[in-house]
Ligand binder design. Structure first.
Ligand code: TYD
Length: 153
């Protein structure tokens, strides 16, 4: 099983969409392996958005990500990284397909509801960035045999 990192951004908390977004992951059949509320700092955002350093929106993005606490989720499933990216939709909510989280809940390039790891490699780094090992839980969902076929498990 893969684990991936999702952040519910300040816009999601301010718009009281936390429950709805988490419900989408649960209904899809993904397992919540970790969940916590955090106040992000400049330091963690410099790392997390390091690939965007130098972009005109970098500071605005960081300020926005620090404007309220966020909710960090570690989500698990077979090919969870790609499943969650597909659920998130295109970065810019205006171009995200209806049916995706961004396509259903936002119209912004930045106030776009969620962050989702873009590869297995970044998921591994990002989960460690936001969670201590003891904050990730490995329980077995009782409905697992009905979420996946035996030859997928
Ligand atoms: P990026 O890693 O390119 O996208 P994604 O979140 O889909 O993996 O960008 C990270 C965040 O930076 C994105 O969620 C919102 C913000 N952003 C802007 O504010 N303006 C932009 O033009 C882009 C590309 C991103």
């Amino acid at each position: 099983m893969e684990k991936t990192l999702v952040l519910l951004k300040p816009c999601t908390l301010q718009r009281a969409l936390v429950g709805e977004i988490i419900t989408r992951f649960e209904r899809r059949g993904l397992r919540i392996a970790g969940i916590k509320m955090m106040q992000l700092t400049d330091e963690i955002l410099d790392e997390h958005y390091g690939h965007l350093k130098g972009k005109s929106f970098f500071q605005i993005l960081k300020d926005s990500m620090m404007s309220t606490p966020i909710i960090a989720l570690c989500i698990e499933g077979i090919e969870a990284v790609q499943t969650v990216r597909l659920m998130a939709g295109a970065t810019n909510g205006r171009y995200a397909n209806p049916g995706t989280i961004r396509g259903d809940y936002c119209v912004s390039n930045q106030q776009n509801i969620v962050h989702a790891s873009d590869s297995l490699e970044s998921a591994e780094v990002e989960i460690k960035r936001f969670f201590k090992p003891e904050e990730i839980f490995d329980y077995t969902p009782s409905n697992l045999a009905y979420m996946y076929a035996l030859d997928e498990l």
